[in-house]
Design a protein around this ligand. Sequence first.
Ligand SMILES: NC(=O)c1ccc[n+]([C@@H]2O[C@H](COP(=O)([O-])OP(=O)(O)OC[C@H]3O[C@@H](n4cnc5c(N)ncnc54)[C@H](O)[C@@H]3O)[C@@H](O)[C@H]2O)c1
Ligand SMILES: N[C@@H](CCO)C(=O)O
Ligand code: NA
Length: 430
Amino acid sequence: MVQPLRVALAGLGVVGGGVVKLLDANRALIERRAGRPIEIVAVSARDRHRDRGVDLSRFDWADDAGSLAARDDVDVVVELVGGADGPALTLARATLARGKAFVTANKAMVAHHGIELARAAEAAGAAFKYEAAVAGGIPVIKGLREGAAANEIGRVYGILNGTCNYILTTMEAAGRDFAGVLAEAQALGYAEADPSFDIDGVDAAHKLAILASLAFGTTLDFASVAIAGIRPILAADIAEAAALGYRVRLVGLAEAGPKGLLQRVHPCLVPQDHPLAHVQGSMNAVVAEGNFVGRLFFEGRGAGEGPTASAVVADLIDIARREYGAPFAMPVDSLDERAPAPRGERRGRAYLRFTVADRPGVLAELAAAMRDAGVSIASLIQRGAAADGSVLVAMVTHECAERCVTDALARLEGSQSLAGKPLLMHILDV
Ligand SMILES: NC(=O)c1ccc[n+]([C@@H]2O[C@H](COP(=O)([O-])OP(=O)(O)OC[C@H]3O[C@@H](n4cnc5c(N)ncnc54)[C@H](O)[C@@H]3O)[C@@H](O)[C@H]2O)c1
Ligand SMILES: N[C@@H](CCO)C(=O)O
Ligand code: NA
């Protein structure tokens, strides 16, 4: 008689509900692939009586998620509660301390505490898996940990937040402004409990830090990720970018250079013929460049009930098969500490948008700031006056050190000619 893999599920929201539905729908197939049944025995969530469209009466209910780790009839705890600390972290620690397998979709917790948890998993010989935490349904953790394991990877980048990509591509298609589109992404189940994590780039930064560690064999360094979000982007920026041959995407980029590790999440202008420019809606995409395999491109749904559940259950199948290894692809003590690359030295082109007063000398003032900072302007568009008399000036620079562009903006700080904070977007050049 084969032993089923016995699962406890903490959190029954978008992802937890999806996991129950998937295990029900594909039960027989999963059993054949895993070599044994995967059975939920106990669940926990905040509200026992909320209708989730699934029958929960067959599972034991735990009011305290923390109690799931202590149950003798549980082999693996799946954490789908969320939050970097708090109950999720308590549950992770308790589960691994008891030598049980732990699965999570919680990138915030993995980005902040992944090394500690990996160490605990290593000490206990237990599985610690988090495929759903990065790019939802895309098997990118598996792809890097296993498929690309033979390569030195110099760069990993991509579109890592479904909410932002949904917002940007809907703004692009419909010429709409930001606010209403965010509400739609929330209704579709893409957004984090606190959507500022999505739109301010923090969620993508969590995922990027995890990808960088896996790709480069370095310890997690979330604190060094430079982060900018999509709030300041106007429909007009998307239109100007299109006129210049680009699309706007929130891109996470990590590079392992001789001077250290660059990690950043920024809205970028992506050339229209780049594969990332074609990523629509809640889709995510990850590019990894290996020294033998070349450019790998992973694309798929990065958020939502079905795709995220697909990744969680894939982890459970690996555990049922007893096929799992080091959470960060090598023992924690083999991971390198790598210093962050000095800011501003990378060279590239930039898009700058200013909202300015429509009067003599304003363009000259912008041009002088560029000149004094050593930035050369490649193209410039000025669009006519808005109701308040302000005009929009968008420009693209020639290639220069990024610190020169920041210097130009610093020279303009406090200028009476500016009617708002300028927007800087890098132009993707990889
Ligand atoms: N929604 C997505 O598309 C998606 C994709 C990838 C990863 N994730 C991650 O998955 C996790 C869950 O996300 P979600 O969208 O399902 O969230 P959600 O808000 O829909 O669900 C959270 C669940 O946790 C429960 N909960 C809250 N506090 C609890 C506690 N103390 N004890 C037990 N249960 C508790 C809630 O009752 C709810 O059932 C998060 O870490 C999120 O970042 C979500
Ligand atoms: N809030 C996240 C969920 C997937 O991690 C997103 O929008 O991509
Ligand atoms: Na994934």
